[in-house]
Design a protein around this ligand. Structure first.
Ligand code: GLU
Length: 509
């Protein structure tokens, strides 16, 4: 029997997600435990949301964790390219082949027509789904409309009776009614594939033997199995991992827990502790020990020991485990880790440029700049109340800043942040000083400090987002209605630059 090949296939949108690390870890551990290969594939079919910067962050985050792959977009391999945007021709080829064998079909329905169809279905109390209307078109009609250049997609034919049986390595046979499965678009009107087609084609061509992925994909698996059958390919083994959960058991979300892998790096967690913790989320050692290394995990790994049931991501437990790992380090290694983390000349020079003019003694470094390393001094609502703008204006500023931080993670520079917050001040009809005041408190823990946008650039997007969220918990977030109004306002401001709002580019002191 050949050795297994597993993969992690993240979509490069937004911050590198803890869920990607979790899925990568189990794929990695399984492949390594069986002497197999682990592949990184980038699923960037959604051109609008994908970015090269996000791909680079995924690569850096997985490397930081030490989950190294044998084949991937950055190192190549025999069955590449490993980036879906470079594989478009194949998907088109297979989609056409499926049409030729009558397992897929052209559909010319316009978005308006589909919306009306769904509306009617809802009015009849039915679950909206594609009704197969294009299957009624004659071959000549299809040929004529294609020749006339009418926009069209290719959809998968799905049986309307019976059920699909998915064999999941953890759950056994799972039966999913075909009537719950939509006639999925495989190739979009712009000729690009959807996730479902690209994913199946790539898993086949990359000879993936085991698809270990989050349970949110279980309901898509019938479509995937149908594609394997239609293309006469052998499907891989499927294993759907339980999703990471917030303490209230909802799906892990950044509203409740930081989800960016780099948040954990920047906050000072050790990669081995984070991996250990993620492994414990879905797996337990035969002897139930809590602390184990990646090598120990691989040595004892068995997919069948993955526990179902929503594992709750608990920061208190992670802190405890990180403490265990940290105290094991030799003093010299601990020093090295601190330098790798933030205690390095780069951060120090960037910080000193701003701190030096405010220092009277060398020892002022810590009280003035400590917030660049650890959490800022704790503040409560009274600290915000002491500022000039009313609390609800401050809420608006902090919410606005949080949106900017999230959207600018790949362009996280002081000027960009400064311009964005200057535009916010204009839109919210606040003076620069009043607009920046709550930011100072949220980010640095004091009403005045070194330039807050420079501080933000030094802290990076994940720590800034955490501090802004904490501030919004302290003084309360704007209501849903206000948030909507703010969003409209932000849309109007667009990308107004500091120059447009008449600022000289200097921050209020
Ligand atoms: N691109 C999908 C994701 O972002 C991959 C799902 C799969 O592993 O099939 O999670």
């Amino acid at each position: 029997m050949s050795t297994p090949r597993t993969r992690v296939a993240p979509s490069p949108t937004g911050a590198p997600h803890l869920g990607t690390a979790y899925v990568a870890l189990f794929n990695y551990a399984y492949a390594r435990s069986m002497g197999g290969s682990f592949v990184l594939r980038i699923e960037d079919t959604d051109q609008q949301r994908s970015s090269v910067a996000a791909e680079q962050e995924i690569i850096a985050a997985l490397r930081w964790l030490g989950l190294n792959w044998d084949e991937g977009p950055d190192i190549g391999g025999d069955v590449g390219p490993y980036r879906q945007s470079e594989r478009s021709e194949r998907y088109r080829h297979y989609a056409e082949q499926l049409v030729a064998s009558e397992q897929a079909f052209y559909c010319f329905a316009t978005p308006q027509e589909l919306a009306a169809m769904r509306e009617e279905q809802r009015a009849r109390g039915e679950t909206p789904r594609y009704d197969g209307r294009a299957l009624q078109l004659s071959a000549t009609e299809v040929a004529r409309r294609r020749a006339a250049g009418e926009p069209h997609v290719i959809r998968l034919k799905v049986p309307d009776v019976g059920a699909c049986e998915v064999n999941d390595l953890l759950r056994g046979a799972v039966s999913i009614d075909w009537r719950q499965v939509d006639m999925q678009v495989l190739l979009k009107a712009d000729g690009r594939p959807t996730y479902h087609l690209a994913n199946v084609v790539d898993d086949h061509e990359m000879r993936i033997s085991h698809v270990v992925r989050g349970e949110e994909w279980l309901s898509s698996t019938p479509k995937h199995l149908l594609l394997y059958q239609a293309l006469a390919w052998e499907p891989p083994q499927y294993c759907h991992l339980p999703l990471l959960r917030n303490p209230d058991h909802s799906k892990l979300s950044k509203r409740r827990n930081p989800t960016s892998i780099f948040y954990y790096r920047d906050k000072g967690y050790l990669p081995e502790a984070l991996l250990n913790y993620l492994a414990r989320m879905g797996w337990s050692m035969p002897d139930e020990r809590e602390r184990f290394s990646l090598d120990e995990l691989i040595e004892h790994f068995e997919l069948s020991r993955v526990v179902l049931g929503g594992p709750v991501f608990d920061l208190v437990k992670l802190d405890w485990l990180n403490g265990q790992w940290l105290r094991e380090l030799s003093p010299l290694e601990l020093q090295r880790r601190l330098v790798d983390w933030r205690l390095n000349p780069e951060l120090l020079s960037a910080a000193l440029e701003h701190l030096q003019p405010r220092m009277e003694r060398l020892s002022d470094l810590v009280p003035l700049g400590g917030f660049l390393l650890g959490a800022p001094p704790e503040v409560d609502e009274a600290h915000y109340r002491a500022l000039k703008p009313p609390l609800e204006r401050q809420q608006a500023v902090l919410q606005w800043a949080l949106w900017e931080v999230e959207e600018r993670r790949f362009d996280f520079e002081r000027d960009a942040l400064f311009n964005a917050m200057t535009a916010a001040a204009g839109a919210l009809e606040l003076s620069l000083r009043d607009c920046f005041a709550p930011l100072f408190v949220a980010i640095t823990g004091r009403p005045s400090s070194i330039s807050v946008v420079d501080a933000m650039a030094m802290l990076g997007p994940d720590l800034c987002a955490e501090r802004l969220r904490t501030a919004l918990t302290t003084i309360g977030a704007p209501s849903k209605k206000t948030r909507r109004q703010l969003e409209v306002l932000r849309g109007q401001v667009g990308k107004a630059s500091a120059a447009d709002v008449g600022s000289d580019g200097r921050e209020p002191e």
